[in-house]
Design a protein around this ligand. Structure first.
Ligand code: PRP
Length: 211
Protein backbone atom coordinates (compact mmCIF):
# COMPACT_ATOMS: atom_id res chain seq x y z
CA UNK A 1 0.00 0.00 0.00
CA UNK A 2 1.22 3.49 -0.89
CA UNK A 3 -0.15 6.44 1.10
CA UNK A 4 -0.08 9.97 -0.27
CA UNK A 5 -0.48 12.76 2.30
CA UNK A 6 -2.50 15.75 1.12
CA UNK A 7 -4.00 18.77 2.81
CA UNK A 8 -7.33 20.47 2.25
CA UNK A 9 -7.58 24.02 1.01
CA UNK A 10 -5.57 26.00 -1.46
CA UNK A 11 -3.36 23.17 -2.74
CA UNK A 12 -6.05 20.48 -3.00
CA UNK A 13 -8.06 22.19 -5.77
CA UNK A 14 -5.07 21.99 -8.07
CA UNK A 15 -3.75 18.68 -6.74
CA UNK A 16 -6.79 16.53 -7.55
CA UNK A 17 -6.72 17.26 -11.32
CA UNK A 18 -2.99 16.58 -11.34
CA UNK A 19 -3.46 13.25 -9.55
CA UNK A 20 -6.24 12.39 -12.00
CA UNK A 21 -3.95 13.13 -14.92
CA UNK A 22 -1.53 10.68 -13.31
CA UNK A 23 -4.29 8.05 -13.12
CA UNK A 24 -5.12 8.48 -9.42
CA UNK A 25 -8.80 9.35 -8.92
CA UNK A 26 -10.06 9.81 -5.34
CA UNK A 27 -13.14 7.71 -4.53
CA UNK A 28 -14.56 10.69 -2.61
CA UNK A 29 -13.85 14.40 -2.70
CA UNK A 30 -11.58 15.06 0.30
CA UNK A 31 -12.94 18.61 0.54
CA UNK A 32 -16.46 17.45 1.30
CA UNK A 33 -15.84 14.04 2.84
CA UNK A 34 -15.15 13.70 6.56
CA UNK A 35 -13.00 10.65 5.95
CA UNK A 36 -9.29 11.11 6.55
CA UNK A 37 -8.28 8.03 4.58
CA UNK A 38 -9.61 7.92 1.03
CA UNK A 39 -9.19 5.10 -1.43
CA UNK A 40 -8.38 5.78 -5.08
CA UNK A 41 -9.00 4.25 -8.48
CA UNK A 42 -5.43 2.99 -8.46
CA UNK A 43 -5.10 -0.30 -6.58
CA UNK A 44 -2.74 -0.02 -3.62
CA UNK A 45 -2.77 3.78 -3.52
CA UNK A 46 -4.68 5.75 -0.90
CA UNK A 47 -4.85 9.38 0.16
CA UNK A 48 -4.49 10.53 3.74
CA UNK A 49 -5.79 13.98 4.59
CA UNK A 50 -3.78 16.00 7.12
CA UNK A 51 -3.11 19.63 8.05
CA UNK A 52 -0.83 21.35 5.52
CA UNK A 53 1.91 21.84 8.11
CA UNK A 54 1.73 18.15 9.07
CA UNK A 55 2.29 16.75 5.55
CA UNK A 56 6.14 16.70 5.82
CA UNK A 57 5.91 15.13 9.29
CA UNK A 58 3.78 12.21 8.07
CA UNK A 59 6.17 11.61 5.19
CA UNK A 60 9.33 12.05 7.30
CA UNK A 61 8.22 9.29 9.68
CA UNK A 62 6.95 7.04 6.90
CA UNK A 63 3.28 7.20 7.99
CA UNK A 64 2.81 8.39 4.42
CA UNK A 65 5.14 7.37 1.58
CA UNK A 66 4.53 10.44 -0.54
CA UNK A 67 3.08 13.85 0.13
CA UNK A 68 2.28 17.14 -1.52
CA UNK A 69 3.33 20.25 0.35
CA UNK A 70 4.05 23.90 -0.41
CA UNK A 71 7.71 24.89 -0.50
CA UNK A 72 6.87 27.39 2.27
CA UNK A 73 5.89 24.50 4.55
CA UNK A 74 8.99 22.52 3.57
CA UNK A 75 11.33 25.36 4.51
CA UNK A 76 9.73 25.54 7.96
CA UNK A 77 9.92 21.76 8.39
CA UNK A 78 13.56 21.56 7.33
CA UNK A 79 13.17 18.63 4.94
CA UNK A 80 14.73 15.96 7.20
CA UNK A 81 14.14 12.43 5.85
CA UNK A 82 12.50 13.70 2.66
CA UNK A 83 13.31 13.59 -1.01
CA UNK A 84 11.85 16.46 -2.99
CA UNK A 85 12.06 15.08 -6.52
CA UNK A 86 9.39 17.13 -8.28
CA UNK A 87 8.15 20.72 -8.45
CA UNK A 88 4.45 20.25 -9.26
CA UNK A 89 4.22 23.89 -10.42
CA UNK A 90 0.79 24.31 -8.83
CA UNK A 91 -0.50 26.50 -6.00
CA UNK A 92 2.02 29.13 -6.97
CA UNK A 93 2.31 32.26 -4.85
CA UNK A 94 5.01 34.40 -3.28
CA UNK A 95 6.33 34.68 0.24
CA UNK A 96 6.61 38.40 0.91
CA UNK A 97 7.38 41.03 3.47
CA UNK A 98 4.40 43.39 3.76
CA UNK A 99 3.89 46.59 5.72
CA UNK A 100 1.22 49.18 6.43
CA UNK A 101 0.66 51.63 3.57
CA UNK A 102 2.84 54.63 4.39
CA UNK A 103 5.44 52.70 6.39
CA UNK A 104 8.81 53.31 4.71
CA UNK A 105 10.30 49.82 4.88
CA UNK A 106 13.34 50.63 2.72
CA UNK A 107 14.20 53.58 4.92
CA UNK A 108 13.80 51.56 8.12
CA UNK A 109 16.14 48.91 6.70
CA UNK A 110 18.67 51.54 5.54
CA UNK A 111 18.68 53.17 8.94
CA UNK A 112 19.34 49.83 10.60
CA UNK A 113 16.13 49.97 12.60
CA UNK A 114 15.22 46.90 14.63
CA UNK A 115 11.97 45.64 13.12
CA UNK A 116 9.21 43.64 14.72
CA UNK A 117 7.98 41.06 12.23
CA UNK A 118 4.95 38.83 12.75
CA UNK A 119 4.71 35.58 10.81
CA UNK A 120 3.98 31.90 10.85
CA UNK A 121 7.04 31.39 8.62
CA UNK A 122 9.70 31.85 11.30
CA UNK A 123 12.44 29.88 9.58
CA UNK A 124 12.07 31.56 6.19
CA UNK A 125 11.84 34.98 7.84
CA UNK A 126 14.88 34.34 10.03
CA UNK A 127 16.98 33.26 7.03
CA UNK A 128 15.82 36.17 4.91
CA UNK A 129 16.53 38.92 7.40
CA UNK A 130 19.80 37.34 8.54
CA UNK A 131 21.00 37.28 4.91
CA UNK A 132 20.13 40.98 4.58
CA UNK A 133 21.74 41.83 7.91
CA UNK A 134 18.47 43.27 9.24
CA UNK A 135 17.83 42.95 12.97
CA UNK A 136 14.36 41.61 13.65
CA UNK A 137 12.27 40.45 16.56
CA UNK A 138 10.09 37.68 15.19
CA UNK A 139 6.62 37.14 16.61
CA UNK A 140 5.02 33.78 15.85
CA UNK A 141 1.40 33.91 14.70
CA UNK A 142 -0.84 31.12 13.39
CA UNK A 143 -3.03 33.14 11.03
CA UNK A 144 -4.58 36.53 10.20
CA UNK A 145 -1.08 37.97 10.01
CA UNK A 146 -2.46 41.04 8.25
CA UNK A 147 -3.81 42.29 11.57
CA UNK A 148 -0.39 42.60 13.16
CA UNK A 149 0.75 45.86 11.51
CA UNK A 150 -2.75 47.33 11.83
CA UNK A 151 -2.91 46.80 15.58
CA UNK A 152 0.65 47.75 16.41
CA UNK A 153 1.74 44.20 17.15
CA UNK A 154 4.42 44.39 14.45
CA UNK A 155 6.03 46.71 11.89
CA UNK A 156 5.88 44.11 9.14
CA UNK A 157 4.60 40.64 8.34
CA UNK A 158 5.98 37.77 6.31
CA UNK A 159 3.10 36.01 4.56
CA UNK A 160 1.99 34.35 1.34
CA UNK A 161 0.64 36.62 -1.36
CA UNK A 162 -1.34 35.21 -4.24
CA UNK A 163 -3.73 37.71 -5.82
CA UNK A 164 -2.74 40.50 -3.41
CA UNK A 165 -6.40 41.01 -2.49
CA UNK A 166 -5.92 40.28 1.21
CA UNK A 167 -3.15 42.88 1.51
CA UNK A 168 -5.23 45.42 -0.38
CA UNK A 169 -8.33 44.83 1.72
CA UNK A 170 -6.28 45.54 4.84
CA UNK A 171 -4.38 48.60 3.58
CA UNK A 172 -1.07 46.76 3.47
CA UNK A 173 1.52 46.76 0.69
CA UNK A 174 4.12 44.24 -0.37
CA UNK A 175 7.59 45.53 0.44
CA UNK A 176 9.87 42.69 -0.64
CA UNK A 177 9.76 39.22 -2.14
CA UNK A 178 11.39 36.44 -0.14
CA UNK A 179 10.64 33.43 -2.34
CA UNK A 180 8.50 32.04 -5.13
CA UNK A 181 6.36 29.27 -3.70
CA UNK A 182 4.87 26.19 -5.36
CA UNK A 183 3.73 22.74 -4.31
CA UNK A 184 6.34 19.97 -4.25
CA UNK A 185 6.09 16.21 -4.27
CA UNK A 186 7.90 14.78 -1.28
CA UNK A 187 8.92 11.17 -0.77
CA UNK A 188 9.99 9.31 2.36
CA UNK A 189 13.64 8.40 1.82
CA UNK A 190 13.28 4.83 3.08
CA UNK A 191 10.09 4.23 1.05
CA UNK A 192 11.90 5.47 -2.04
CA UNK A 193 14.44 2.69 -1.63
CA UNK A 194 12.33 -0.12 -0.15
CA UNK A 195 9.12 0.43 -2.16
CA UNK A 196 10.84 1.58 -5.34
CA UNK A 197 8.77 -0.66 -7.62
CA UNK A 198 5.53 0.95 -6.39
CA UNK A 199 6.84 4.50 -5.89
CA UNK A 200 8.72 4.99 -9.17
CA UNK A 201 5.69 4.49 -11.49
CA UNK A 202 3.79 7.12 -9.45
CA UNK A 203 6.73 9.52 -9.73
CA UNK A 204 6.91 8.92 -13.47
CA UNK A 205 3.14 9.41 -13.93
CA UNK A 206 3.19 12.64 -11.91
CA UNK A 207 6.23 13.91 -13.82
CA UNK A 208 4.33 13.33 -17.09
CA UNK A 209 1.19 14.98 -15.66
CA UNK A 210 3.17 18.11 -14.68
CA UNK A 211 4.53 18.37 -18.23
C1 PRP B 1 -2.97 33.03 2.50
C2 PRP B 1 -2.21 34.16 3.15
C3 PRP B 1 -3.05 35.38 2.92
C4 PRP B 1 -3.82 35.03 1.66
C5 PRP B 1 -3.24 35.74 0.48
O1 PRP B 1 -3.81 32.47 3.42
O2 PRP B 1 -1.97 33.92 4.52
O3 PRP B 1 -3.91 35.60 4.00
O4 PRP B 1 -3.72 33.61 1.45
O5 PRP B 1 -3.94 35.47 -0.70
P1 PRP B 1 -4.31 36.64 -1.71
O6 PRP B 1 -3.04 37.39 -2.03
O7 PRP B 1 -4.85 35.93 -2.93
O8 PRP B 1 -5.33 37.51 -1.06
P2 PRP B 1 -4.43 31.01 3.14
O9 PRP B 1 -5.62 31.15 2.26
O10 PRP B 1 -3.35 30.09 2.63
O11 PRP B 1 -4.89 30.58 4.57
P3 PRP B 1 -4.10 30.74 5.96
O12 PRP B 1 -4.30 32.16 6.37
O13 PRP B 1 -4.80 29.76 6.83
O14 PRP B 1 -2.67 30.41 5.70
Amino acid sequence: MISIALSKGRILDETLPLLEAAGIVASENPDTSRKLIITTSRAGVRLIIVRATDVPTYVQYGAADLGIAGSDILVEHGGIGLYQPLDLKIARCRLMVAVRKGFDYERAVRQGARLRVATKYLQAAREHFAAKGVHVDLIKLYGSMELAPLTGLADAIVDLVSTGNTLKANALVAAEEIAQISARLIVNQAAYKLKRSAVQPLLDALTRAVK
